[in-house]
Design a protein around this ligand. Structure first.
Ligand code: G3P
Ligand code: CA
Length: 247
């Protein structure tokens, strides 16, 4: 299993959010390359399922915001999704970027960088997506280089039930009354709370329970410094370069 905890006093790892979405069109190979080049220790990405069952890397359930197409990912085949331009909306220099598949990103990442794979489930639900993600990770031998996360904690639990060795984390926004209990219910190894609601006490409690703490999205180095002081294990950012002085 990938090591998610940092040693006492060690700096947090930097997670490139959707690659380096402050510098390049999110969830494209250009963004992942940029994230790595700018110093990210791990690269985060989002996955959905196409109409013909392929795992595709895109944030929203529709292609409307981040491509030149329109419609739901679940209604389009991989061939249709691959026709779309996923870069021009961001800038002309990114024209021709395509929606990657998870296997394409695994192939790129293998031996270079670990991944944070967010399974998107809701408002469009993808029955069986957990099995498909596991199959892909195993096909590329990346089970121990990845943490699987989701706002859908049943999805997290399904991954852990099927493959306990794959690290998994629960995403949430807000301050839970008992995050450790919620993590236990999902069989999670890590908490992935939104940074706006995170306190030093929460980090201490998580660590005492053996859980890693990875927070997001933090673009301000002084805020990252504060979170590092709380002992968080990793921080997601749109600008990995900005956090390099801290992490
Ligand atoms: O890594 C956590 C973060 O990616 C969750 O939010 O909306 O950017 O997928 P979102
Ligand atoms: Ca995400």
């Amino acid at each position: 299993m990938i090591e998610l905890r940092r040693a006492e006093g060690a700096k947090p790892l930097i997670i490139g959010h959707r690659g380096a979405m402050g510098h390049a069109p999110e969830n494209t190979m250009a963004s992942f390359e940029r994230g790595l080049a700018l110093g990210a220790d791990l690269i985060e990405l989002d996955v959905h399922l196409s109409a013909d069952g392929h795992l595709v890397v895109i944030h929203d359930p529709t292609v409307d915001r981040t491509t030149d197409g329109r419609g739901y990912v679940r209604d389009m085949t991989l061939a249709q999704l691959k026709e779309l331009d996923a870069g021009s909306w961001y800038g002309p220099e990114f024209a021709g970027q395509r929606i990657p598949t998870l296997p394409e990103v695994l192939e790129w990442a293998r031996g270079r960088v670990g991944l944070v794979v967010e399974i998107k489930n809701g408002p469009v639900f993808y029955p069986g997506i957990e099995e498909r993600v596991i199959e892909a990770l195993e096909a590329y031998g990346m089970e121990d280089e990845v943490v699987v996360i989701s706002f859908d904690h049943r999805c997290v639990r399904r991954v852990k039930e099927l493959r306990p060795r794959i690290a998994a984390g629960i995403l949430y926004v807000g301050r839970l009354a008992d995050p450790v209990a919620v993590a236990r219910a999902a069989m999670a190894d890590a908490l992935h709370p939104n940074a706006n609601y995170l306190t030093a006490e929460d980090v201490r409690e998580a660590h005492r329970a053996g859980l890693a703490v990875s927070t997001w999205v933090v673009n301000d180095p002084s805020w990252a410094q504060e979170l590092a002081g709380m002992g968080v294990d990793s921080i997601g950012t749109n600008y990995p370069d900005r956090l390099r002085s801290v992490c």
